[in-house]
Each structure stands twice: as structure tokens, then as C-alpha cells.
Design a protein. Sequence first.
Length: 290
Amino acid sequence: MILITLLPCMVIGAVLMLKWGSEKPPVKATWVWDTTALMKDKNEMLAFAEGQGVNVIYLHVDRKARDFEPYRAFIEEAHGLGIEVEALGGDPAWGLTEYQQDIESFIGWIKDYQLAAGERAGFDGIHVDIEPYLLKEWEQDRDDIVRQWMENVELLVKEVKQGASLRVSADLPFWIHKIPASDSESVGSWMIEQLDGVVLMNYRNFAIGENGIIANALPMIKEGTRAGKPVIIGLEMAPSDEGEHISFFEKGVSSLQRQMQLSHIVMRWHTGYQGFSIHDYKSWKEAAKS
């Protein structure tokens, strides 16, 4: 009886492994935050990315930097490997309208860079990580913060699209579909309509079951499918003190791969699903050594 029960699971597992080998997700991305230090050895970073099958890098930019050459050299080499690079920026305060000048400064830096870099070394998009729900004001007056956040996203998209053919995407928490933007629409669906794509911060280290990767991602995956917009699933590799269910750091890279396999097989039927992004490069590389 036990053998009979186990056989279907063994067969399913074998099929999943075979399908992962031939049907990988369209996008495998990672965030790079410590840009200045990491770009000093761009070859190591790009070799790791290529070895892991990464095809999109969210590269944090220093708006104070006036020397564009390190960015130009990195992006041009990444493009040569078939890796796209998006300019990464953001802060919880960018969810407040009083900080619109910072958003405009970020966009201005990128536009200046694009003009100087040329087509081969230009960024492929702009990616923001804002997270205003980390502000104390979120608990005090969530509706007002949501309104300001939405206003700033509208500004971001409008300013980027003026004179620049760059896609605009953002990190969003997996529960964003539960926050109302109006009586008839959630903040999640509104964001998907405004942006060219989103990365869902779905920091769970198991695919199947309640509160797992699949269950938490599906509502926004379905929103992306409805709107014809790509949704990428963000997974955490950095150490976390928020609970044992968050990060793959202790479980290791092999566990990350298995849970991505399981999630991919389920979610690939939804056209809104576009793959995974691993947070972040530094932690991922460290975990891969063990």
C-alpha cells in the first residue's frame, strides 16, 4: 500500500524534473545593490549570472556618480552575454509626494546616462523598489499613503516615457491585491495597468501549500494574465529574521531550484507568469559556495 501511494509521487517528481530541463521560465533575474563594489569585478558577477541562467539584472545606480564608464562597460558586456540590465532605485519615502524631486532626479540621471552611453550600453528599463508600507505613516493613514504612492507611480511612468523608450517595472508585495485603490479596484491591479511589469516579492521558501509560493503568487499572476502584463516571482536568498518560511539561505541553492521547478510547472499555464527573480546577487553567490 505504501509503495502504491509513493509511486504517483515518484512519477510526478520525475516528470517535473524532465519538464524543467526543457521548459524553463522566460525570465531569471536578480537584484544587485552594492553596485560600486561589485562592478569593480564585473567579470565575476557576469560569470555567476551566466552560469545561473540569469537574463535580467536589476542594477542599483548611484545618482551622485558622474563617471558613467563603469556602468557603460558592465552593461555592454552583459548585453554581449544576452543579459538585460535595468536601472534600480527606490526608497520607502518615494511613496510620498513630497519626495517627487528624488524620483525626478533618478529619472534625470538615467536619461543623461542613456544619451552618453549609446545604444549598445544603454539600460533596458527602469526598476523601482519603493515599499511605502515600511513607513510609520502607513499604519497611521494607509489610504492617504496609497494615494500618494499611486500619484508618484503615475509621475514615474509619465516622466520616463517622455523621450525614452524604456520599460518601467516595480517591486510589489504579494499581498498588494488585498489593498483597495478604489471601491472597484485593488492597488495590485492598478499598478499592473500603469506599469510595464512587476516583480512580486513573494518571499516564501516552499512552493506548495497554504502561504506558499504558488498560493501567494496566483492572485497577481491572474491579474497580469488579464492585463497582458508580465509578473515575475521574487524569492529571498538573503538571511532573514522574519521567520523560517521566508528565505532559502539556510535551505540552500538546491532547495531554491526544486521549489522554482514546482512553482514553474503550476504557473506556466498562466500567460502573466514570466519567471523568477532572486534577492539578491550577493546572498545568492554566497549560498552557492556552500
